[in-house]
Design a protein around this ligand. Structure first.
Ligand code: SF4
Length: 364
């Protein structure tokens, strides 16, 4: 039991929320909105940091990982996506051959993170084979692969149930799902930005099946575009309900929308907006172990600050990241272990190296 800090509040609404946290009450929609609307950042940081420390002490997790995006060719055309290329005659289209894919698997990483486009010509077996060949090359690596959008797509092209797809992937070597593709659970936003993509019902069906099969997953929120605060909080509450049912989410990852060339809004979310979203997630999710500070999208300075606003995971070294960088993310494309150690220590935290299943590999 760690001691509750004395906090000097300027925002009486935030003080009311703190009272609820102190009494061990579960936060609701009004509380989430009060957090997103506050300017009392110093108090908010102390609240979220207290809750994070009660779970993990001063520990902040990271991994030595690499992102693999085998193709950007995609049959969909989500309005916020700078990564995807159209199936025909798009100069930025690429597809990796086996040598390129397997070159991503090296001895210096413990986690590989695989997501990509929904290719109009690749067959079901190729996606399973990607996992299998990586597993054959590296029996010890943890493989975190495919969003719910991709699993649902594989079920359609492979004429299988979601459960059969997941079973095939596990048999090939998959360990966990990364959790993207949810964007925001709002039909209004879906209609405007990604109406051809699976919605809430299908996304939850994939994660529900995965959890019931013992496959851990993450979950995400794409924020900072046209969604409202109410939609942001409702998204978090729906994920919390799912976690109550199946308990398989390891981490929640708020993904800051990158304006890139899609220009849905004039400018990126501010650092204040990022920190309020991270803190809101930590305080509302009383049942998900980690909130992640995804430095690729937040930028390094904000990502480091977020470690004092409730985040307890910094993702990893990443290697060559394509999705956010097609959208002109300003961060570096990859970092060394030493760089991540410096970021975590600068926040006053203790770095813990993990794999994709959050098994602790080293404490620094
Ligand atoms: S967000 Fe995913 S599904 Fe949508 S266009 Fe981009 S790659 Fe395709």
């Amino acid at each position: 039991m760690i001691e509750r800090p004395e906090i000097a509040f300027r925002d009486p609404e935030l003080e009311r929320v703190w009272g609820r946290v102190a009494r061990g009450e579960r936060l609701d929609r009004a509380d989430g909105l009060a957090i997103l609307g506050t300017w009392d950042l110093a108090a908010l940081g102390r609240m979220a940091d207290h809750v994070a420390r009660a779970r993990h002490g001063e520990r902040v997790y990271f991994t030595l990982n690499r992102q693999l995006n085998p193709t950007n060719i995609c049959v969909l055309d989500c309005a916020f996506c700078d990564f995807a290329a159209r199936p025909r005659n798009d100069p930025k289209a690429y597809e990796m051959d086996w040598d390129e894919i397997l070159a991503h698997v090296t001895d210096d990483i413990t986690e590989i993170h695989i997501v990509g486009g929904l290719h109009h010509k690749w067959r079901y077996d190729r996606y399973v084979e990607i996992v299998r060949r990586i597993r054959e090359k590296s029996p010890g690596i943890t493989i975190k692969a495919w969003t719910a959008v991709e699993i649902d797509f594989f079920a359609k092209i492979g004429k299988r149930s979601v459960e059969q797809v997941l079973a095939d992937m596990v048999e090939a070597g998959l360990d966990a799902l990364p959790g993207g593709g949810a964007e925001v659970f709002s039909e209004r936003v879906r209609e405007a930005l990604f109406k051809h993509k699976i919605g809430e019902r299908e996304w939850f069906a994939v994660h529900d099946a995965a959890h019931r099969m013992g496959i851990p997953t993450n979950c995400t929120l794409l924020y900072g575009h046209i969604e409202t605060y109410e939609e942001r909080v409702d998204h978090v509450l729906k994920l919390r309900d799912q976690q109550d049912r199946t308990g398989g989410f390891q981490a929640f990852i708020p993904l800051e929308y990158q304006v890139g060339t899609t220009n849905l809004v004039e400018r990126q979310a501010s650092a204040v907006e990022d920190l309020r979203t991270i803190a809101m997630s930590r305080l509302v999710f009383d049942n998900i172990p980690h909130v992640k500070s995804y430095w690729v999208m937040l930028g390094e300075q904000t990502a480091e600050l977020a470690l004092n606003f409730g985040a307890t995971d910094l993702d990893g070294t990443i290697g060559i990241e394509k999705i956010a960088h097609y959208a002109l993310a300003a961060s570096e494309a990859g970092h060394t272990r030493e760089h991540l150690l410096r970021m975590i220590r600068a926040a006053g935290k203790v770095p813990v190296e993990r794999d994709a299943l959050y098994r602790e590999l080293a404490v620094y």
